[in-house]
Design a protein around this ligand. Structure first.
Ligand SMILES: [Zn+2]
Length: 277
């Protein structure tokens, strides 16, 4: 199955070249889930069978690209339909929160975060910087192998990325995925949370869900372990996406705070989830 990406209406040219079948009468791309695409393509194959007979069907079926072929041709990205809106809460019912860790992987902090998450049977989403992945490739793969999800946080953490030319945005957005072939990268988080509509659209066009947050304890400012803990405890709600950092400087305070927050959240009845619909 080919990988299809949802496009918003301003990207008509992209649609023409990348999803020509799924345009409406105004030549705007339709947002489709992969299941929907699968169903449509399968129907095309059935129609072909009725018209041209079994021999042609066999040829058409085998000519269609297989998942492995598609995966090898481009970096692996999230599989669901992607919206260009910034996701700030965990969707669905239940008392769940999503823990997210930015600016790693870091050889000191990231392994400690992984150990704590495992201790409390928790999951986290790691928003990695491309240059950090490049310098800590085995660690980045270890994060994914531990069952965590990977989020692109750009290659260089350019805080003005949202105002750069689209070609530059695309290169920065896709860098983490290109460095981790075979690993699914599902999200993109703008450096500093500095979104622009163009940057959101560019992430979605590359199959990455724009990912925000709803609780920010400002741990990167190193306010002290108890301040980080208190800020999270005061602001967390069911569905919160909590922002913390496992890179970008010494993160001993964040790691210590996480060691307090994981049992506290569990005692409050919270479960840990990924920020997906
Ligand atoms: Zn960051």
């Amino acid at each position: 199955m080919r990988r299809f990406v949802a496009f918003a209406s301003p990207h008509v040219n992209g649609c023409v070249t990348r999803c020509p079948i799924y345009r409406d009468r105004n030549s705007q791309c339709l947002t489709v889930t992969e299941d929907a695409v699968l169903g449509t393509e399968s129907r095309h194959r059935i129609v072909l069978a009725l018209i041209a007979g079994p021999a042609v069907v066999l040829i058409a079926w085998f000519v269609a690209p297989e998942p492995a072929e598609a995966a090898s041709a481009q970096p692996s990205v999230g599989q669901s339909a992607v919206q260009a809106t910034v996701l700030t809460t965990v969707q669905g019912d239940g008392r769940r929160v999503a823990l997210t860790f930015d600016d790693g992987p870091d050889p000191t902090s990231t392994p400690m975060v992984l150990t704590l998450l495992a201790r409390y049977d928790a999951v986290g989403t790691f928003c990695m910087i491309g240059t950090q992945v490049q310098a800590n490739l085995a660690l980045a793969r270890r994060v994914a192998a531990a069952g965590m999800r990977i989020c692109s946080h750009s290659r260089t953490h350019d805080l003005q990325l949202g105002t750069r030319p689209v070609s530059r945005m695309t290169a920065e957005i896709t860098d983490v995925g290109q460095r981790l072939p075979g690993i699914t990268v599902r999200y993109f988080r703008a450096p500093g949370g500095n979104w622009t509509p163009t940057l959101q659209a560019a992430a979605a066009r590359n199959g990455l869900q724009p990912l925000g947050w709803s609780v920010d304890p400002q741990d990167w400012r190193r306010p002290g372990m108890s301040a980080i803990v208190t800020r999270v405890e005061q602001h967390v709600r069911p569905g919160s996406i909590i922002l913390m950092h496992d890179g970008g400087g010494p993160r001993d305070q964040t790691v210590a705070a996480l060691g307090q927050l994981l049992p506290w959240l569990t005692a409050q009845g919270y479960g840990f989830a990924f920020p997906t619909p």
